[in-house]
Design a binder for this molecule. Structure first.
Ligand code: MN
Length: 130
């Protein structure tokens, strides 16, 4: 079972992502601010991280940088949740070290396949290297 860390301060988005992921066999842990999110990334070593950008303390770019600079990095996929209206978000997310991004609002019909894409990519990369 894959463990996914959702760093998201919006209750509705957190509820929705948790609902979709748990019903598809993921073990979900969450954090509702950036500092807590970085801490849980270190302590829980999830298989994948979903990172909201606008958080109450440090933002998602900063949280991503802290994870990437740490020893737990290991190429863990970090998927940014960017808002469609904020055109610079996607570029900044990739610059900060995110693997990719998903645009908000979350579409329940495509969310899982978008997440799976990033997990599969990593597995394929692993096979090529081994
Ligand atoms: Mn937010």
């Amino acid at each position: 079972m894959s463990t996914i860390l959702v760093i998201e301060d919006n209750d509705n988005n957190l509820y929705l992502t948790r609902y979709i992921l748990e019903h598809n066999g993921f073990n979900v842990i969450d954090a509702q601010n950036g500092i807590d999110g970085v801490k849980k990334a270190f302590n829980e070593k999830p298989d994948i991280i979903i990172m909201d950008i606008q958080l109450p303390d440090i933002n998602g770019y900063e949280a991503t940088k802290r994870i990437r600079e740490s020893e737990i990095d290991g190429g863990i996929p970090i998927i940014a949740l960017t808002s469609y209206a904020m055109t610079g978000d996607r570029e900044k997310a990739l610059e900060a070290g995110c693997t990719g991004y998903i645009e908000k609002p979350i579409n329940p019909e495509t969310f899982l396949s978008e997440i799976s894409k990033f997990l599969n990519t990593q597995q394929e990369d692993g096979e090529v290297q081994s």
